[in-house]
Design a protein around this ligand. Structure first.
Ligand code: HEC
Length: 272
């Protein structure tokens, strides 16, 4: 048994206490419906966290989807963590104060253990929303080093698209990913996301959002990479603010960097 496993075991033992505290302090969430096959103890606790933290309220009792949120099978731990800390579309975000890193790891573990094709992913979602979501998820999957998961989302995009330029470019992305290339696909998906899949999103803001996601999971080099890209896409009025963000990231001032990026994204920084 390795150290990580031991730590996780310790966390699992402490969980009933956390669960109790959550049950007392959290807003009411639906009571779990008993599953026919009882889960092993550790898995049951992971599932319990999925429910007490409200994920089940939207994603269904067993993560199998609902009319308001997609099914979750097929997601790796790393993409779940990104999505929960920095969702880009409808889903609310959860801070470390709301769900600790340890709890999130257990919830992500639970989701990673779910079985299913994930074809129910976008059932009930508007086509444009489903397309946008799969672009973000493919991008995140590439960035956290899960190319197979990215392939899965790219395949969904291809299935959803009518024949045309976007479709063809996605086919090329799929081929490149299958051949083990991640660099070109990443840039292609970014370009198709900003403007096409998400008409109001500029490339600058896309990179800033990816920087936010990277900061939220402590991937500082990734965050820097995106801020540098944002600098290339930005108009001169944002140059100072972006320069400051680079300095903050280099100095390890992640919280301030996040704050500054948030201001840029909300349009609160103007040329003076
Ligand atoms: C208020 C409803 C709501 C809650 C609560 C919620 N989600 Fe979501 N979630 C969504 C919606 C809607 C989406 C689709 C993408 C979007 O709009 O952000 C989504 C997307 C996701 C995705 C990406 C799915 C995909 O196939 O691309 C993951 C992973 C996820 N949620 C995990 C969680 C976890 C874990 C929790 C609990 C900590 C949670 N969600 C809580 C509504 C919710």
């Amino acid at each position: 048994m390795d150290i990580k496993r031991l730590i996780r075991l310790a966390a699992v033992i402490a969980l009933p206490l956390i669960g109790l505290a959550l049950a007392v302090f959290s807003s009411p969430t639906p009571t779990p419906t008993p599953t026919s096959t009882p889960l092993p103890v550790a898995d049951a606790d992971e599932h319990q966290l999925f429910i007490t933290n409200g994920c089940a309220a939207c994603h269904g009792q067993n993560g199998d989807g609902s009319p308001i949120a997609p099914a979750l099978a097929g997601h790796s731990e790393a993409t779940v963590e990104r999505q929960v800390r920095t969702p880009r579309l409808q889903m609310p975000s959860f801070t470390v104060d709301q769900i600790s890193d340890e709890e999130l790891e257990l919830i992500a573990d639970y989701i990673a253990s779910l079985e299913g094709e994930g074809n129910e992913h976008h059932e009930g979602m508007e086509l444009t929303a489903a397309l946008e979501m799969h672009h973000w998820m493919a991008l995140d999957a590439i960035e956290v080093g899960e190319p197979d998961e990215a392939i899965h989302h790219v395949q969904h995009i291809i299935d959803l698209l009518e024949a045309g330029d976007h479709h063809d470019r996605m086919e090329a992305v799929l081929e490149a990913l299958q051949a083990g290339d991640v660099h070109d696909p990443e840039h292609e998906i970014e370009e198709m996301l900003a403007g096409t899949a998400s008409p109001d999103l500029s490339l600058r803001d896309l990179h800033l959002q990816q920087a936010m996601a990277a900061i939220a999971t402590d991937e500082v080099p990734d965050a820097l990479h995106h801020v540098l890209h944002a600098q290339n896409e930005a108009d001169p009025s944002a140059a100072d603010a972006l320069g400051e963000i680079v300095d903050l990231l280099n100095a390890g001032e992640l919280h301030d960097a996040e704050h500054e990026i948030g201001e840029l994204l909300s349009g609160e920084v103007h040329a003076d």
